[in-house]
Design a binder for this molecule. Structure first.
Ligand SMILES: CCCCCCCCC/C=C/C(=O)SCCNC(=O)CCNC(=O)[C@H](O)C(C)(C)COP(=O)(O)OP(=O)(O)OC[C@H]1O[C@@H](n2cnc3c(N)ncnc32)[C@H](O)[C@@H]1OP(=O)(O)O
Length: 292
């Protein structure tokens, strides 16, 4: 049931994407047509670079998530590719996380559809058979951090403005258990406990220290570093690496898979509360006023 309902989201967007692809027909077979997800394939190396392009801040709207899910499905099913570098096309921002406008002032059916897409992108990334390297070239709060956490290796550009972490509590909301599980698997229980309760956003040096990222490099070296990490990981035979990855991650993914519907219901009732709506609106307003 969960999967069937999930498919509806994909198919609906798939039709739209199909139409886009047709109008762009001459663009070269290899470039996947999508407004917001740029794919730069290097077939010889077996690597595709995905550049997130949903300006201004790569917030994860339902449409953006759906395009990303379709793109990942295509790459996963294309034997040409063994690795993905995930990065941003928006200067200074990797991703601002979930799109707050999808969680404010909408109806329960919308919240449920949105949350299913958030679950789906996490499962697709976390369980990917490919090697995923995050080249984090900008700020990466909350859902942006979560996407990076699904990857096998994280390289962060050395800029104090590029902070990364699960800051949900600062918004008056709670990181779901599977965000928490992914963080605990990455930085350990004690560090995750502190980071989650305080909603910490770590600048590069601290992010490296706590293990949130694996490497911090000068900004102009981020892509070359990601490529060299990728070639190291791709030197391992796929079957051995994939089975090992699955062994390490399956229990965490199953935790969500076994209760997807309950998790959606939980999200919908939480996010629909007046007090939570108010917190999110105040937070969005603060973001808007920051400039003036
Ligand atoms: C029980 C369990 C149940 C479950 C309980 C529920 C679980 C939910 C889990 C939630 C996970 C999340 O990811 S929640 C999302 C958390 N994300 C954040 O806190 C990031 C907030 N954003 C920022 O900090 C900054 O925008 C940042 C990314 C650093 C970029 O700073 P800049 O100065 O470059 O840009 P800004 O001027 O701030 O932003 C540019 C415009 O983008 C908008 N904008 C910024 N972030 C946005 C966002 N996430 N969603 C929508 N819009 C956003 C701003 O309002 C501006 O809009 P205009 O003024 O109109 O131009």
């Amino acid at each position: 049931m969960a999967l069937l309902a999930g498919r509806t989201v994909l198919l609906r967007a798939g039709v739209r994407l199909g139409a886009e692809a047709a109008t762009r027909g001459g663009n070269g077979a290899r470039r996947f047509a999508s407004h917001r997800v740029l794919v730069e394939p290097d077939a010889a190396a077996g690597i595709a670079t995905i550049k997130l392009k949903n300006p201004p801040v790569n917030s994860l709207s339902l449409e953006f998530l759906t395009e990303l899910i379709i793109c990942l499905e295509k790459l996963e099913n294309d034997k040409t590719f063994r690795g993905i570098i995930l990065t941003s096309d928006c200067p200074g921002i990797f991703s601002a996380g979930l799109d707050l406008r999808e969680m404010c002032g909408k109806n329960p059916a919308h919240y449920a559809e949105y949350w299913r897409a958030v679950q789906e992108i996490w499962l697709k990334l976390y369980l990917s058979n490919m090697v995923l390297v995050a080249a984090i070239n900008g700020a990466s709060p909350a859902g942006g951090c979560l996407m990076a956490l699904t990857c096998d290796y994280r390289v962060l550009a050395d800029n104090p403005r590029y902070r990364i972490g699960l800051n949900e509590t600062l918004l008056g909301i709670i990181a779901p258990f599977w965000f928490k599980d992914n963080l605990v698997n990455t930085i350990g229980h004690r560090a995750a406990d502190r980071a989650l309760q305080l909603g910490l956003l770590f600048p590069p040096t601290e992010a490296l220290q706590v293990g949130m990222v694996d490497q911090v490099v000068p900004e102009d070296q981020i892509h070359s570093t990601a490529l060299s990490v990728m070639s190291q990981w791709l030197a391992i035979p796929d079957h051995a690496r994939q089975l090992t990855k699955s062994m390490m991650r399956k229990a965490t993914a199953d935790h969500l898979i076994k209760q997807r519907e309950a998790d959606i219901q939980n999200f919908v009732s939480f996010i629909s509360k007046d007090s939570i709506q108010k917190s999110l609106q105040v937070y969005l307003e603060k973001l808007k006023q920051k400039k003036h």
